[in-house]
Design a protein around this ligand. Structure first.
Ligand code: GRF
Length: 205
C-alpha cells in the first residue's frame, strides 16, 4: 500500500509511520509549511517532500491534486496537518483520507482539545483515527485510544502522555488498513470481515 502523508509541523506521527513501514510505503510527504520539522524526518528516510503554501486554499488543493493524480496513493494520512480540506477535495478521495485527532471524538473537534477536556473535568481523554469527510473532525471513527486524567494533569502533561499512544494507534490502524484487516465497504467499516459500529480499541494501546 502506497501512502502520502500531509503534515504541518513536528512530524512525530510521521516518524512513527516511517519506522513501521512493513506492509506499507510512505511514498511522499506534503507540508503546508517550509519550517515543518517533519520535512527533515521525511528527508532522513529519503522520502520525497513537497511544500505547498496554503494561503489560497483552492490553489493549494489544485496543486496537491495534480501531485496526487501523479502519485496515485492508496491512502492519504493527515498527521498534524493544520489546514481544512474542502468538501470538493475530500469527496475525490472518499474513505481514502484518514486523520489522527487528539480527543475522544465526537468530543472536542477542532483545537485545544486537552485544555477543553480539563475544563469539563473529564476523567478520560484520548485520541481518534477517523476518515476525513466534509465536516471537520466528524468523519466516521475508525479507532481510539484512552488515557486517564488525574488531578495533577495539565494540558501539557495530557498532550505528552497521549502522544506516545497516538503513535501506536496511528501505526496500528494504518498497518491494519494496509493488510486489509480494516476496510470500508458499502457504507460500513469492517474489521476482520465483521461490521464495526464502534471505534476499534486495542487493549495494548
Ligand atoms: C498530534 O497530536 C495529532 O493528534 C494532531 O496534531 C499533532 C501532530 O503532532 N492532529 P506531530 O506533528 O505528529 O508530532
Amino acid at each position: 500500500m502506497r501512502i502520502v502523508v500531509f503534515i504541518s509541523g513536528r512530524g512525530s506521527n510521521l516518524r512513527a509511520l516511517l519506522e513501521h513501514q512493513e506492509n506499507y510505503t510512505i511514498c511522499h510527504v506534503i507540508s503546508n509549511r517550509h519550517q515543518a520539522a517533519g520535512l527533515s524526518i521525511a528527508q532522513e528516510y529519503r522520502v520525497p517532500t513537497t511544500v505547498i503554501s496554503w494561503h489560497d486554499g483552492a490553489k493549494a488543493e489544485a496543486q496537491a491534486l495534480t501531485l496526487l493524480n501523479d502519485i496515485k496513493p492508496d491512502l492519504i494520512v493527515l498527521a498534524g496537518f493544520m489546514r481544512v480540506l474542502s468538501a470538493d477535495f475530500v469527496t475525490k478521495f472518499s474513505h481514502k483520507i484518514i486523520n489522527i485527532h487528539p480527543s475522544l471524538l465526537p468530543l472536542y473537534p477542532g483545537l485545544n482539545t486537552h485544555q477543553r477536556a480539563l475544563n469539563d473535568q473529564q476523567i478520560k481523554h484520548g485520541a481518534t483515527v477517523h476518515f476525513v469527510d466534509q465536516n471537520l473532525d466528524q468523519g466516521h471513527r475508525i479507532s481510539q485510544c484512552h488515557i486517564r486524567i488525574g488531578p495533577e494533569d495539565t494540558a501539557e502533561t495530557l498532550a505528552a502522555r497521549l502522544l506516545s499512544k497516538e503513535h501506536k494507534l496511528l501505526t496500528t490502524t494504518v498497518d491494519k488498513i494496509a493488510t486489509g484487516q480494516i476496510y470500508w465497504q458499502d457504507k460500513h467499516l469492517y474489521y476482520n470481515n465483521q461490521v464495526i459500529t464502534q471505534p476499534l480499541v486495542w487493549p495494548e494501546i
